[in-house]
Design a binder for this molecule. Structure first.
Ligand code: MN
Length: 535
């Protein structure tokens, strides 16, 4: 963990709120030395660790290591509580901000979140290592959850000296009845242990030296020099990117018309975006046939669907022969199986990427149920948000995990990952039933008419997209519109953000968002579920 997160959290504890969920798409990991606290203030961390038993690891930076106690019930602000704290072996400082999983079978196997962290000061001593050796340590902690005076005292009755007591003094931070389990999320990422277990960013490998034990499970970012190379290129050339040599052309052509007060977006920018977003976007495209919406002359002119893998495509670009293709239909589809494929598609003039809902190995089995909230001409953005929130409530009530994304145009879609074995008839029927239930609550907003003209400008809850070879735009795909808007996954709480807009983010702005907040859809990648029976 010394890599990656370290450089971003070297400020005061307050900075951690902005740290959230840094994902190394573009930045080079910094060395472990960056972990020293601001102004030399030593740090502490509390990790909520679900191993064979749940416990909280309380660790103080002392003399170049993390002096550690395992607290089964967790630290508390409650001055009336006395908590057992088992003095355990020192940990390397590299472990300070580790959040992720420890492989099962290894010591401490399980999942870990950074439950709290901050700085601390020894009290009544200049030599905390000696205080620990003497069996009594008083500290003032400045965390986000833990504040005030903590005392650790070795129990006289402890035969091996490992049993200590932890307590919080009666001070202005004390809070009677305060329970750490009521504050269960990571101060780094806002995630619970369950969230981390479902989608870990890091693995701690106890078989490796400490400075290399934090192994990233995230895809590798694009190296900076690849971007520099593209920026320095003339109007065409060969770009070495993600281990592939790609012929790229017409780099200065404006493919997306300008938004007010901005310059039009060039093909060079689109290629750079495709490469930079590839680690985040690829999981939603990989292994799936993709329908490309091409605009070789730019978004101002009419585009067309392109499905057939062209003969001039490079050998490494995966193709898939559709066994069900009728005469005259697309026979061989493009399957974007590696990051360079996104760059190839962008260079091919594909401004939009629309993957199938099913994978090539089981084209008749969808892996997502999709809810498409399709606004009509009279549907306001607020109306659409009302519909989206009602779907959120419905899914929550059903115990179903889904996530919303804005389309980059006017709509919102909800993606629900499902286990193998469903047919498109199944998903279509299920989504229809959910949406009709929602629609009954808001009959003034929703039309079930097939023809656009017959809808009277009302929104459509379009369950019919749950069909083979029908597609919705991919997460992080650009859209062929002014300023190059992007279809962007959002957290459910963002439906309540007054600044949310369906086309809020563009290829110029979304990378910062993904870098600082991570990808709200990631939880879907390992979240395949049964669709509950609806009654
Ligand atoms: Mn532990």
């Amino acid at each position: 963990m010394s890599r990656g997160a370290s450089g971003n959290v070297s400020g005061m504890p307050g900075d951690l709120s902005t740290y959230r969920r840094k994902r190394d798409f573009t930045r080079t990991p910094e060395p472990a030395g960056a972990l020293a606290g601001t102004d030399g203030q030593p740090r502490f961390v509390v990790q909520r660790h679900r191993a064979s038993r749940l416990h909280y690891d309380l660790r103080f930076e002392i003399g170049g290591v993390l002096v550690s106690w395992a607290v089964p019930k967790g630290p508390t602000l409650d001055p009336e509580a006395r908590r057992l704290a088992m003095h355990v072996e020192d940990h390397p400082v590299d472990y300070l901000l580790f959040e992720g999983v420890i492989p099962s079978g290894e010591y401490g196997g399980g999942d870990v979140i950074v439950w709290d962290t901050g700085t601390w000061e020894p009290v009544h001593t200049e030599d905390p290592a000696a205080a620990v050796a003497d069996g009594e340590l008083h500290v003032e902690v400045h965390g986000q959850k833990l504040r005030g005076r903590l005392v650790l005292v070795r129990r006289g009755s402890s035969a091996d000296g490992k049993e200590w007591m932890l307590l919080h003094k009666h001070d202005e931070h004390a809070a009677i009845g305060w329970d750490p389990e009521q504050h269960p999320v990571s101060v780094l990422t806002g995630r619970t242990n369950d969230d981390v277990l479902a989608d870990p960013d890091w693995e701690w490998r106890t078989d490796l030296p400490a400075d290399r034990a934090g192994v990233s499970l995230m895809p590798s970012p694009l190296p900076d020099d690849a971007l520099d190379e593209l920026a320095a290129m003339g109007t065409a050339g060969t770009w070495e990117v993600f281990g592939r040599s790609l012929k790229v052309t017409n780099l200065d052509k404006v493919l997306f018309p300008a938004r007010t007060d901005e310059a039009g977006v060039t093909k060079r920018e689109l290629l750079a975006y495709a490469a930079r977003i590839a680690p985040a976007a690829l999981p939603y495209l990989q292994g799936r046939p993709v329908n490309l919406h091409r605009y070789p002359n730019g978004a101002d002119e009419k585009g067309f669907w392109h499905k057939q893998r062209p003969g001039h495509a490079p050998d490494w670009l995966t193709g898939w022969d559709n066994p069900d293709a009728d005469r005259g239909e697309t026979t061989t589809y493009i399957v974007p199986d590696e990051p360079a494929a996104l760059v190839w598609m962008a260079n091919f003039g594909a401004l939009e990427w629309h993957p199938w809902t099913s994978r090539t190995e089981a084209p008749h089995e969808p892996t997502y149920a999709l809810i498409d909230l399709d606004p009509g001409t009279e549907t306001s953005w607020d109306d659409l948000l009302v519909l989206a929130r009602l779907h959120r409530t419905a899914l929550d009530h059903l115990g179903v995990t889904g996530r919303a994304k804005v389309t980059g145009r006017r709509g919102i879609q909800i993606w629900i990952p499902i286990v193998a074995g469903y047919t498109f008839d199944d998903t279509r029927a299920w989504v229809e039933q959910v949406s009709r239930t929602v629609g009954k609550v808001l009959p003034d907003l929703v039309s079930w008419k097939w023809e656009v003209k017959a809808r009277g400008g009302l929104a459509r809850l379009d369950y019919t997209q749950n069909a083979i070879n029908k597609t919705l735009v991919a997460p992080y795909s650009p859209r062929a519109g002014a300023g190059a808007p992007v279809s962007v996954p959002i957290g459910w709480d963002e439906l309540d953000d007054p600044d949310l807009r369906p086309d809020r983010w563009t290829i110029r702005t979304v990378l910062d968002r993904v870098e600082s907040l991570g990808d709200p859809f990631r939880v879907l990648l390992r979240g395949a579920q049964q669709l509950p029976e609806l009654t």
